[in-house]
Design a protein around this ligand. Structure first.
Ligand code: NI
Length: 163
C-alpha cells in the first residue's frame, strides 16, 4: 500500500470524465487500497480516482460512523435523489478552501463493490453529500462550480468535510 499524491485545482485531469472499470484486476485492487490509505492520511471523507491521477470510475468514502466501513464503489451511478441540504464542504483537491453548497438530502446509487458484486446504496445526510461530490469528480465536475456565491472561505469551518 502507498499514499498517492493528490492532484489539485488547475490539474487538467480533474475536469475530465473518468472511464468505466471493465475488469477489477490486481492493479485496480492496489489502486483501491492506496485510495483508502490516502483518504485516511488526509482525514478526508471521500476520494475519487481522478484526484490521485487515475481516470477510472472508482470512489471511496468514509463517514467515520460507528458500524460503517469504508464504502468502495466502482462505476457508481446515481439513480435517484430526494430533497436538498445546504452544507459546508471542502475538497481534498482544493486545500484550505471551503464553501456552502446545496446537495441532495438522499441519494440512491447503483455500483459494483470491490469484488465486482452489484450493490445498491441509499445514502442520507453526509453520505448523500459525499456520494454526490465524488460522483461529480468522476464526471470532471468540481464543487467550486456549484457553491453558493459569496460563501467561499479559506478558514476551516467547524463542521467542514473534505472530499
Ligand atoms: Ni473533492
Amino acid at each position: 500500500m502507498a499514499i498517492r499524491n493528490i492532484r489539485t485545482y488547475g490539474d487538467e485531469i480533474l475536469t475530465k470524465r473518468a472511464k468505466e472499470v471493465e475488469e477489477i484486476d490486481e492493479r485496480t485492487k492496489e489502486l483501491i487500497e492506496d485510495m483508502i490509505e490516502t483518504l485516511h492520511k488526509n482525514n478526508g471523507v471521500g476520494l475519487a480516482a481522478p484526484q490521485v491521477g487515475v481516470l477510472k470510475r472508482i470512489i471511496v468514502i468514509d463517514i467515520y460512523e460507528e458500524g460503517t466501513d469504508v464504502f468502495v464503489l466502482i462505476n457508481p451511478e446515481i439513480v435517484k435523489t430526494k430533497g436538498q441540504q445546504t452544507v459546508e464542504e471542502g475538497c481534498l483537491s482544493f486545500p484550505n478552501q471551503f464553501a456552502k453548497i446545496v446537495r441532495p438530502a438522499e441519494v440512491t446509487v447503483k455500483a459494483l463493490d470491490k469484488d465486482g458484486k452489484k450493490v445498491k446504496l441509499v445514502g442520507k445526510d453526509l453520505l448523500a453529500q459525499a456520494l454526490s461530490h465524488e460522483i461529480d469528480h468522476l464526471n470532471g465536475e468540481l464543487f467550486i462550480d456549484k457553491i453558493i456565491p459569496g460563501t467561499l472561505e479559506t478558514v476551516k469551518p467547524e463542521d467542514e468535510k473534505k472530499m
